[in-house]
Structure formats: structure tokens, C-alpha cells
Design a protein around this ligand. Structure first.
Ligand SMILES: NC(=O)c1ccc[n+]([C@@H]2O[C@H](COP(=O)([O-])OP(=O)(O)OC[C@H]3O[C@@H](n4cnc5c(N)ncnc54)[C@H](O)[C@@H]3O)[C@@H](O)[C@H]2O)c1
Ligand SMILES: CC(C)[C@H](C(=O)O)[C@@H](O)C(=O)O
Ligand SMILES: [Mg+2]
Length: 347
């Protein structure tokens, strides 16, 4: 019986449009010849829509997106729109409204990929970044703006419910991996309220996963070890902001931001999960065909896996791995990389 996947597509801004086109081509190639069909609904969201209508993401958009099986997103943000309008009003609104509390970001150094680290060793970890709380919730404000007495707050919100569910998910992921190790990254020597909630939660949930070993690093020290000994990491669980920063660093040590994939997962499947590269809209190279679509294509592999299409997912990842093993310093356009990867996937 034919299975149909309804995919919402939010290409967004800048290079988002270029890399999503290639991601969709590879998705199509991965499903060709199978009994799985994909139908895509493009959503006109981002800077163009905001300039035309003043809208970022309406209730109608959100309701329509909800009816889909998954979302593929390119990138959101544009220099012609005030900073934060689209990031908060569109991207974070999607993650929050669709309860994407697990933001999964692998840090993997594929064979043949050059790391800036002199002796990177084997790098294969995954960051489980909390996606719906922390300093991202918009719990803040400003008084006396523009005066010498301006006061600005962004309060980090951490609930026992929110921390526990993401920590449990991270333990389950650690348990399913060969090394079965979980590192909590926080800053509980300073952020004593939130930090100790995270620490106590990890200790408590560890009882359910006795075969998973754990350790703890303050976030500043974690950045040292990501540089000096990234092999020590297996699963990292951390809050929304620390996870944002660490995953750009993870991308940098594993071949660059053009390779870094991510999944915003709603593990309870009460709403569609969303797959997107870690990078942004890259206004500095947008429209030039220079963006590497590999991060989006690896995000497509995560999408396929989430939809239970493990074989197709592995085919996409294997195609990327083979391409990375051979690419060296070859300069190719966005479309060339996409075309070659689609051809490899098609076999
Ligand atoms: N998930 C998202 O949609 C997301 C993520 C990060 C930033 N942003 C937004 O994107 C805009 C630009 O942000 P930024 O400059 O801090 O980060 P960025 O990730 O867009 O770019 C950082 C640097 O990496 C390069 N780069 C990014 N993706 C690349 C790719 N696929 N191939 C080759 N090079 C690539 C860029 O050219 C730039 O030099 C801002 O509006 C920001 O808010 C959105
Ligand atoms: C654009 C911004 C809201 C976003 C984040 O901070 O989560 C981005 O940096 C990311 O990593 O996806
Ligand atoms: Mg980021």
C-alpha cells in the first residue's frame, strides 16, 4: 500500500531557499521506486511575507502546518527585518507552539572531513538541546529604553516538567548508543536555581537508566573539552541557550556549519517535528549559489528516520558520507552538491 507523507516546507530567507531546494531533490531521490510518496506544501513565511503583510506566522499558518506529518525548514532571518522579529515571531514560535522540546544536533566528524583541530580523534556525539524553555521564552522586558538608566531582563524559565522530559529523552538516547554516556552541561556554580534543578533531575532520572554513566561540565569548561578532547562526548544534555552556542562550536570542529544538521522533535507526536540545518540565512553569501546544502540534506536523513524510514535515511547519510570522503577542496555550487548527492542516493 502506498504511504503518503505530507511535508510542510518553510524555505524561509537567504540561503534557506537555496538549500531547501536541494534537500527536497534528495528526499525525492530517496523515495523514488518505493511505495512512499511525498507531497509538499510550501509556506510563504519569512522576510518577503513580513514586508508584504507585516505577518510572521498567523494562527491560520500554524493550523495549516499542524496538519502535516513533518516540516522541512531552511533558515529564518534577514538584515532588512529588525533582529528578532522573524527569529522570535516565526522560528521560535514554531518550535514553541509545536512543542519541539528535543532539539537534536549531532556532532559527527565524517571520514575525509578536515577539522580545524590538529588531532580531532573520533568525534561522534549528539547534543540534546532543550527547545521550549530557558532564556528563549520571552520572559523579559525593558524599562527606560535608550536612557542611561535602561534596565533589560531576559529571565530563564526552567520547569521541573520541562527539564525532566528532555533529560529522560537524553538518557534514552544515551542508553541506545554503544558508549551509554551522558554529560550534563550547565553552569550550576553561578546559575544556582536553574542549575541545581537540572543537576537533581539528571541524578533522579539516572535511577531509571542505571547502565548510563553520567558526568557534568560547566558550560565554559565544556567549550574547552569540545576543542581539546571532543571524543569524550557521547550525549550532551543542556538548556536552550547553552545548546545553541555549543552546537555552533560542534559544527565548527566537525567540518563547518555547512554540514551541521538538526531536528526539532516533538517526541510525543502531538504535532509535526521540524528538520532544519543548524545554520542561518547567511546574508553574506545568499543568492550566490555558494551555500553548502549538506546540512539540510543530513537534516532530511533525520526527517526520514523520524518518519520510520530508516533504510532511506541511511541511504541519504551514506551518500553524504561517500561524498564527504571524496570532496576534498573541490569547489561546487549549491546545485552541484545537491545534484551529485541526489544521484548517489538514487544509486
Ligand atoms: N535556524 C535558523 O533559521 C537560524 C540559525 C542561525 C541564524 N539565523 C539567522 O540567520 C541570520 C544570519 O545569522 P548568522 O550570520 O549569525 O549565522 P549564519 O549561520 O547564517 O552564518 C554564519 C556564517 O556561516 C556561513 N554559512 C552559514 N551556512 C552556510 C552554508 N550552508 N554553507 C556555507 N556557509 C554557510 C555564512 O556565510 C556566515 O559566514 C540572522 O538573521 C540569524 O538570526 C537563523
Ligand atoms: C535564529 C535563532 C533563533 C536560532 C536559535 O537560537 O535557536 C538559531 O541560532 C539556531 O541555532 O537554530
Ligand atoms: Mg544557533
Amino acid at each position: 500500500m502506498t504511504r503518503n507523507i505530507d511535508l510542510a516546507v518553510v524555505a524561509g530567507d537567504g540561503i534557506g531557499i537555496e538549500v531547501v531546494e536541494q534537500g527536497l531533490a534528495v528526499l525525492e531521490a530517496a523515495l523514488t521506486g518505493s511505495d512512499v510518496k511525498v507531497s509538499t506544501t510550501p509556506f510563504d513565511l519569512g522576510a518577503r511575507r513580513w514586508h508584504a503583510t507585516g505577518e510572521t506566522l498567523t494562527d491560520e499558518d500554524l493550523a495549516a502546518i499542524r496538519t502535516h506529518d513533518a516540516i522541512l525548514l531552511g533558515a529564518i532571518g534577514d538584515p532588512t527585518v529588525p533582529s528578532g522579529v522573524l527569529e522570535r515571531g516565526l522560528l521560535l514560535k514554531l518550535r514553541f507552539a509545536l512543542d519541539h522540546y528535543v532539539n537534536l544536533r549531532p556532532g559527527k566528524l565524517y571520514p575525509g572531513v578536515r577539522s580545524p583541530l590538529a588531532d580531532p580523534g573520533e568525534i561522534d556525539f549528539v547534543v540534546v538541546r532543550e527547545g521550549t524553555e530557558g532564556p528563549y521564552v520571552g520572559n523579559g522586558g525593558a524599562l527606560r529604553v535608550g536612557t542611561p538608566h535602561e534596565l533589560a531582563t531576559e529571565v530563564s524559565v526552567n520547569t521541573a516538567f520541562g527539564v525532566e522530559r528532555v533529560v529522560r529523552d537524553a538518557f534514552a538516547r544515551a542508553q541506545a548508543r554503544p558508549r551509554k554516556h551522558l554529560t550534563l552541561v550547565h553552569k550550576h556554580n553561578v546559575l544556582v536555581h536553574a542549575g541545581h534543578l537540572w543537576r537533581r533531575t539528571v541524578e533522579a532520572v539516572n535511577a531509571e537508566f542505571p547502565d548510563v554513566t553520567t558526568d557534568y561540565l560547566h558550560v565554559d569548561a565544556a567549550t574547552i573539552f569540545l576543542t581539546t578532547n571532543p571524543s569524550r562526548f557521547d550525549v550532551i544534555v543542556t538548556d536552550n541557550l547553552f545548546g545553541d552556542i555549543l552546537t555552533d562550536q560542534a559544527a565548527a570542529i566537525t567540518g563547518g556549519i555547512g554540514l551541521a544538521a538538526s531536528a526539532n522533535i516533538n517526541p510525543d507526536r502531538t504535532a509535526p517535528s521540524m528538520f532544519e540545518p543548524v545554520h542561518g540565512s547567511a546574508p553574506d553569501i545568499a543568492g550566490q549559489g555558494k551555500a553548502d546544502p549538506t546540512a539540510t540534506i543530513l537534516s532530511v536523513a533525520m526527517l526520514l528516520d523520524h518518519l520510520g524510514l530508516a533504510v532511506q535515511s541511511q541511504r541519504v547519510e551514506a551518500a553524504v558520507a561517500a561524498d564527504l570522503a571524496e570532496r576534498g577542496n573541490r569547489v561546487r555550487s549549491t546545485a552541484e552538491v545537491g545534484r551529485e548527492l541526489a544521484a548517489r542516493v538514487a544509486g
